[in-house]
Design a protein around this ligand. Structure first.
Ligand code: SAH
Ligand code: SF4
Length: 391
């Protein structure tokens, strides 16, 4: 097997190259790095990699010093050569409802949002992770869609989002039954199916039962509908599938989710019906954002259930989360409930997603934009006064 090292490196020091970060790598990548750096011989590398893996992925260590089953001299050699540092937290916001949002800086100019949403049902909480910085798609209701794609996140950077959340929630040392972070959803910034290799590798890492151990069934990948990648997603990851549908006609979906022009609704539904493992026990989630006067009529609810007839599905109604300058408003509560009743009566579970974190910058992509705006205005103030200003 050839191991390619797609590695995130810590912010470079002035001269020396930044040490390689082992904290989000697969066991095989760690072993390859150990051999390449000559920290251990190739016949020792696998065992050492397993030890390092356990300390970082199971115990959450960010320092080699605490790795008590590794000889002191080897720990020193590891510290001299590698790092386990977390990326920097550029911003942290906590809502009164317990929602926590982090803006994580992986490298200068490479920032993405991660959100913890507690109590999404049955004592579980979901971590919403980003797969890209920005997005190439331009869904008209989505704030991230207004940001250009900067780049794909590496698997290590996606795993780091889970590690940062576990650090912050203090969940490395508690038993699995007491953890609040039980599920992962790829519903942050970016289109996961345009970064499938790294998304698949992330699932391999976080689902490993000697590590973070979140089962594949507890990971949901949300896509705007990249039809040619759907089967591959199912085969490579075993993840639960969520589809951002948002409209029942191609005419409207072409506007709201412009990738629909390439992969219209009928093709999308065919690909969903063929999703590996789809069954009543493993349903697809359809996401439907409620936009006032745009897609929220009872006739559209009836058309929706007709469209999805026969697909093992649940329909997640999402109140639109407005952002400054957004061209839409959220449907009224009555309108959303009337829509849900029609969908329910047809036999689909149709939970209305409770708006979370309304008191923080909750719309995806907003924290990044606001933080950039504040820094730009601080820079302008600095330019004007010659003095640094607090932001
Ligand atoms: N790119 C992927 C995953 C990220 S978006 C996708 O589109 O599915 C995650 C979900 O949030 C999608 O269903 C998206 O349509 C929805 N979303 C984006 N902006 C929103 C907003 N302002 N209000 C409510 N839902 C939004
Ligand atoms: Fe990209 Fe998803 Fe936002 Fe569309 S909804 S712009 S695919 S992040």
């Amino acid at each position: 097997m050839t191991i390619t090292l797609d590695l995130s490196r810590a912010t470079p020091a002035a001269s020396a190259p930044a040490p390689l970060n082992l904290a989000g790598l697969t066991r095989a990548e760690i072993a390859a790095a150990l051999v390449e750096s000559r920290v251990c011989s190739s016949n020792q590398a696998k065992m050492r990699a397993n030890q390092i893996w356990g300390w970082t992925q199971h115990h959450g260590l960010t320092d080699f010093a605490g790795m008590s089953n590794i000889a002191k001299e080897t720990r020193a050699a590891l510290s001299d050569t590698f790092t386990l540092a977390r990326p920097q937290i550029a911003e942290r916001q906590e809502s009164v409802d317990g929602t926590v949002k982090w803006l994580i800086r992986f490298a200068p100019g490479i920032e993405a949002e991660t959100v913890f949403i507690p109590d999404v049902g049955g004592g579980s909480g979901a971590l919403c992770v980003s797969s890209q910085v920005g997005c190439t798609l331009n869904c008209t209701f989505c704030h991230t869609g207004t940001q250009a794609l900067v780049r794909n996140l590496t698997a290590a950077e996606i795993v780091a989002q889970v590690q940062v959340a576990r650090d912050d929630l203090g969940e490395w040392r508690v038993g699995p039954g007491e953890r609040r972070l039980t599920n992962i959803v790829f519903m942050g910034m970016g289109e996961p199916l345009y970064n499938l290799d790294n998304v698949a590798k992330t699932l391999d890492i976080v689902s490993d039962d000697q590590g973070i151990a979140i089962s594949r069934r507890r990971v949901t990948v949300s896509t705007s509908g990249v039809v040619p990648k759907l089967t591959e997603l199912g085969e490579r990851t075993g993840a639960m599938l969520a589809i951002s549908l948002h409209a029942v006609t191609d005419e409207l979906r072409d506007v709201l989710v412009p990738i629909n022009k390439a992969y219209p609704i009928a093709e999308l539904l065919d690909a969903i019906r063929a999703y590996p493992g789809l069954s009543n026990a493993k349903r697809v989630t359809f996401e439907y954002v409620m936009l006032k006067g745009v897609n929220d009529s009872p006739a559209e609810a009836r058309a929706l259930v007709k469209l999805l007839a026969g697909i093992p599905a649940k329909i997640n109604l999402i109140p639109f989360n407005p952002w400054p300058g957004s061209p839409y408003e959220c449907s009224s509560g009555n309108r959303i409930h009337a829509f849900a009743d029609i969908v329910n009566a047809a036999g689909f579970a149709s939970p209305i997603r409770t708006p979370r974190g309304r008191d923080i910058l909750a719309a995806c992509g907003q924290l990044k934009s606001e933080s950039e705006k504040q820094r730009a205005s601080a820079r302008r103030r600095l330019d004007a006064s010659g003095e640094p200003q607090a932001i």
